[in-house]
Design a binder for this molecule. Structure first.
Ligand code: HH2
Length: 310
């Protein structure tokens, strides 16, 4: 008797949007940053702050900060995000929220590390700041892109980015650090965040920034409750239709603690679940504290996703 032909492999889901879109962002000094078309890039977080929610004070001195940056790059980070002002929001989780920092203080924390790294590596270096003066000095010191959690709240920052012609990450949030928890009210969080990101994207041209240089970010944990964060991750595909690469920063965030009871430094497994979901649903960059584990996770995840082409 003839053996029955093996059942064909069934693919129940369409390919993730990340696999079907790709972008090439222009970096300063003639370099390019390729996004999409495969696994997301891993952005390693380097917090040069005394008060970040999960690693505040760990890398305040330049020496351990540079050492941690080297370690993240050796572990496979595709780019680093240097932040010298915590954006820890006020609310029930973190009390009063992070203290605001002057541009001088932010630069005093940032520049020794940025200059040190720029002197020894060609790695793509992002600077996480809301201030135009900091962005301008960081770009002069060799930063490649600006990550702005206020989505051009400071017109000076927009001018600095426009003058440099560098990429910029625009993250969704509402209100400021002290009161954003009061703004976590949505009838339809996915539709409203999408509309507000679309409005931010529409504003960039007037500021002299090329929209082709913009990365969008739903702002996990910023003016969002746990359910808002989960809904945004669940429907990341709806944000991908804005046509820009998406950055997702869920690493160690409080919704993971609320779901698991784990304190910030013990949220790796929960963070990887968010990375896995984001990778399969259109994220072009994942912003993470735990680079080595994330790179390993994504290597296996991407290999499985590609295996149907073997
Ligand atoms: N989250 C944080 C800071 N910057 N930038 C983008 N684009 N997206 C994010 O989700 C995001 C971000 C908060 O995380 P962390 O830097 O670890 O904490 P803190 O702000 O307390 O330094």
């Amino acid at each position: 008797m003839k053996a029955a032909a093996p059942a064909p492999l069934v693919h129940s889901e369409a390919p993730a949007p990340a696999a079907s879109h790709s972008w090439r962002l222009a970096l300063p000094r003639g370099r390019r940053l390729a996004l999409g078309g495969g696994r997301p890039l891993v952005m390693g977080v380097l917090n040069l702050t005394p008060d970040s929610f999960s690693d505040g004070g760990w890398f305040l001195d330049p020496e351990p900060a540079v050492a941690h940056a080297r370690a993240m790059l050796a572990s496979g980070a595709d780019l680093l995000d240097l932040g010298a002002e915590s954006t820890r929001p006020a609310g029930k989780t973190y009390g009063a929220g992070a203290a605001t920092v002057s541009a001088d203080e932010e630069l005093a924390r940032l520049l020794p590390v940025l200059e040190g790294l720029r002197g020894e590596t060609d790695a793509v270096l992002s600077v996480d700041t809301r201030k135009g003066a900091v962005a301008r000095a960081a770009l002069a010191a060799g930063a490649d892109l600006i990550n702005d959690v206020s989505a051009l709240g400071d017109p000076e920052l927009a001018a600095a980015v426009a003058a440099a012609g560098c990429p910029v990450v625009l993250m969704h949030s509402r209100g400021d650090l002290a009161d954003m928890h009061l703004h976590a009210r949505y009838d339809d969080v996915v539709a409203e965040v999408r509309a507000e990101l679309a409005a931010a994207l529409a504003r960039v041209e007037a500021a002299g920034i090329d929209p082709a240089q913009v990365v969008l970010d739903p702002g996990i944990g910023f003016a969002k409750t746990r359910m808002h964060n989960l809904a945004l991750l669940r429907r990341l595909d709806a944000l991908a239709t804005l046509g820009r690469p998406l950055l997702v920063g869920a690493s160690r965030k409080s919704f993971i603690g609320e779901l698991t009871g784990a304190p910030p430094a013990e949220r790796l497994a929960g963070s990887l679940a968010a990375v896995g979901w984001a990778a399969r649903h259109g994220a072009a960059i994942v912003r993470v504290h735990d680079v080595e584990a994330t790179v390993q996770f994504l290597a296996v995840d991407a290999a499985i996703a590609a295996a149907d082409r073997a």
